[in-house]
Write a protein that binds this ligand. Structure first.
Ligand code: SAH
Length: 419
């Protein structure tokens, strides 16, 4: 079946190189039949031998896409302040873990840790450790370099669930895992920036016969080309579709559900919070699966393994998966979140501090990229998971230093106010 949704474009053959990944997928499809879009995404992005994320650094100007922490240091600094503000609002625990999912180059966590050092007097009696969940060998090396500057040698053990350990330049222990389940279950603050959008999605089309899943098959008419087809009958991932769904095409992400459930269980048990930032929608969009190569849109079925594949995050689904276990806030736009966190004040401080015109220019350009509604300001959203008590402000959970019976507002989702 082909049509508007299912065409992968009519690229001339020279733009359709047979990559090792394409060869691998064609072999797989020939031997076991068409694969789901989720399986395709998973293979293309994280196959341990050939996956797009596994062996290269694709971030930044020379790569395929650029992210907020790579654009401006202010982004990470304000997120660092968010975590400190939540730590203070929930009673200044004596220890916490900072856990990041998919840390890229480690720039974001590096900027957050710099803020933690600068506010050392506030955090002085708190025992902090960093835990990074990363499947990419290559990016874990880049993260280690960013965070430790090789001051202390890294400990490696590919067989262990903790495959690498080190100490950051400010003396904080840092560990690497491939799976969130292996991170110790202590009191934690979790962060996921542009992580959920790379998790595999299943795609479904509404037909007169009911929902039908989109699969990927070999095009019988063009050699070495893939195409989308519709499954002839119902498939298991259909259970993720809501009974009252009104859209005619949808994407569901079971892996996102599993991770949100795990985060929710942990936060309900040990407190803390999770901050999720990504591009996405609140259960309204339909076909958002796309590829990026060299900062340009890229046909998802062409030259697999050479481009990033992503799908917008459905925040209504994340909220549903957290329901009953923890409270959620958002999604709100990046523009609103960063405004509430005081980005304007921070920009002014940095502009005043710098004498160089080129640095000022860079700060202003970065600000525009993050905040402009036409750029990242409205496409990106912030979403948080918090223990129920955090929003109720029940007496039992009251901060020992506070006497207010009401919960303090959550920064970012309301204006930041230091207590
Ligand atoms: N957060 C970073 C990087 C975003 S790119 C930033 O904003 O700059 C996505 C990141 O998630 C990469 O580090 C990639 O290697 C990692 N990743 C992709 N799939 C993953 C998975 N299933 N488990 C853990 N990490 C994953």
């Amino acid at each position: 079946l082909s049509g508007k949704y299912f065409s992968s474009g009519n690229e001339p053959a020279e733009n359709n190189p047979v990559t090792p990944m394409l060869r691998h997928l064609m072999y797989k499809i020939k031997s076991t039949g068409p694969i789901t879009v989720a399986e395709y995404m998973k293979e293309v992005l994280t196959n341990p031998a050939k996956g797009y994320y596994v062996h290269r650094d694709m971030l930044g100007e020379k790569g395929d896409f650029i992210t907020s922490p790579e654009i401006s240091q202010i982004f990470g600094e304000l997120l660092g302040i968010w975590f400190i503000s939540e730590w203070m609002a929930t009673g200044k625990s004596t220890a916490f873990q900072l856990v990041e999912l998919g840390p890229g180059r480690g720039t974001l966590v590096g900027d957050i840790l710099r803020v933690f050092s600068q506010l050392g007097s506030v955090l002085k009696n708190c025992d902090i450790s960093v835990h990074l969940v990363e499947v990419s060998q290559k990016l874990s090396e880049v993260q280690a370099l960013t965070l430790t500057e090789e001051k202390v040698p890294l400990e490696r053990n590919a067989e262990s669930p903790v495959y690498m350990k080190g100490v950051t330049k400010s003396g904080i222990p840092v560990s690497w895992y491939r799976d969130l389940h292996d991170v110790p279950k202590g009191h934690s603050f979790y962060l996921a920036h542009e992580f959920f959008d790379v998790l595999p999605v299943h795609k479904f089309q509404k037909t007169p016969q009911g929902w039908r899943e989109v699969f990927i098959d070999i095009d019988p008419q063009v050699s070495d080309k893939l195409r989308f087809v519709l499954a002839p009958c119902a498939t298991p991932a259909e259970v993720f579709i809501q009974h009252d769904e009104t859209r005619d095409h949808i994407e569901v992400c079971p892996d996102a559900g599993v991770i949100i459930e795990e985060l929710s269980r942990r936060i309900a048990l040990t407190g803390g919070a999770a901050l999720v930032a990504d591009y996405g929608h609140d259960g309204t969009k339909t076909d958002t699966f796309r590829g990026f190569c060299g900062h340009k849109l890229h046909d998802v079925l062409i030259a697999p393994g050479t481009a990033d594949l992503t799908a917008d995050v459905d925040f209504s689904f994340l909220r549903r998966m957290a329901q009953g276990k923890v409270a959620s806030l958002g999604p709100i736009t990046q523009h609103t979140f960063l405004k509430n966190m005081g980005i304007d004040v921070r920009l002014k401080v940095l502009l005043d501090k710098s004498n160089e015109q080129s640095v000022k220019q860079q700060l202003l350009q970065g600000y525009d990229m993050l905040m402009n509604p036409k750029k990242m300001g409205e496409r990106f959203n912030f979403f948080a998971l918090l223990p129920h008590q955090r929003l109720q402000g029940g007496r039992d959970q009251m901060n020992a230093r506070q006497s207010k019976p009401f919960a303090s507002p959550v920064a970012g989702f309301s204006e930041l106010a230091w207590q």
